[in-house]
Design a protein around this ligand. Structure first.
Ligand code: SAM
Length: 250
């Protein structure tokens, strides 16, 4: 099945250009997803093709008018819901949301600019709002591309054989273990000996211990979300480091 993604933006060429490169470009060629770009300036009805106006109540900046956005959503054949506005006020986009979107037939992303959207565009035509973090970008295009790339690489056939999303960070609610490649020694730092041992079962346990230790240190919130460490996790950590009480970090 091909995932359909529509993007409403004032800069379709910026989104389209990135989406033809690398993983996204190959995934599109393989029919993993379709990308439909819409410039909502095309849905304006004045000679100047005006998409923004001054805010009621005064204040700095310009606000995106509701009608061109609503009209584009209403008049685009086959456009999929949910329609999701990119906004710093949205729910935070993360791996779980990416997984949720990757299970749909399609979805639509709405990119803002200036001060953002007339609230009525959101109230009348938008189903959800997502933010890619607690910072403010100039526009929603980069945020949309983050969402698209994170979702598409979860789809079957999106990645080649040498790439994998299965063992990556967040896949199992943990950060990923560290990677090493040749040469075995870099400026006096040697690759951990176990990775050259050929003992694949032990290497898998070591990697799991590294992922656990790194997550405990850097993202204890992720450990808490898993309900703390299981007895099995504690045993794997104990095999390679100091024992950890499974009741801790819960
Ligand atoms: N006035 C808005 C506010 O304070 O929340 C910021 C508007 S921002 C300059 C313009 C557009 O960039 C937004 O409408 C949104 O589409 C996009 N944007 C900015 N930061 C974002 C973020 N963290 N996540 C998702 N979209 C973002």
């Amino acid at each position: 099945m091909t995932l359909r993604i529509d993007v409403l933006t004032l800069f379709p060429e910026a989104v389209g250009q990135y989406a033809t490169t690398s993983v996204l470009g190959r995934a599109r060629e393989r029919g993993v997803f379709e990308l439909h770009l819409h410039d909502f300036r095309d849905a304006t009805d004045d000679p100047h093709r005006t998409v923004d106006d001054t805010p009621f109540g005064g204040g700095a900046g310009m606000v995106l008018r509701a009608e061109p956005i609503i009209r584009t959503i209403e008049e685009t054949p086959g456009l999929c819901r949910p329609v999701i506005a990119l906004s710093p006020s949205g729910r935070t986009f993360d791996h779980d949301v990416a997984r949720e979107l990757s299970g749909l037939d399609g979805f639509t992303l709405l990119c803002g600019r200036y001060e953002g959207f007339d609230q009525r565009a959101l109230d009348l035509a938008v189903d959800d709002e997502v933010s890619i973090g607690d910072f403010v970008l100039a526009g929603g295009e980069l945020a949309a591309l983050c969402v698209i790339e994170a979702v598409v690489r979860l789809l079957p056939g999106a990645l080649g054989n040498d790439e994998s999303s299965v063992e990556e960070s967040f896949g199992d609610g943990l950060l990923e273990y560290p990677h090493y490649t040749k040469p075995a020694s870099v400026r006096g730092l040697d690759v951990p000996e176990i990775l050259r041992s050929g003992d694949h079962a032990r290497i898998a346990r070591w990697r799991r211990a590294q992922a656990l230790a790194r997550t405990i240190e850097r993202r204890p919130d992720l450990i808490a979300r898993r309900g703390g460490l299981s007895a099995q996790d504690a045993a794997i950590l104990a095999e390679f480091a100091a024992p950890v009480d499974p009741r801790e970090n819960g």
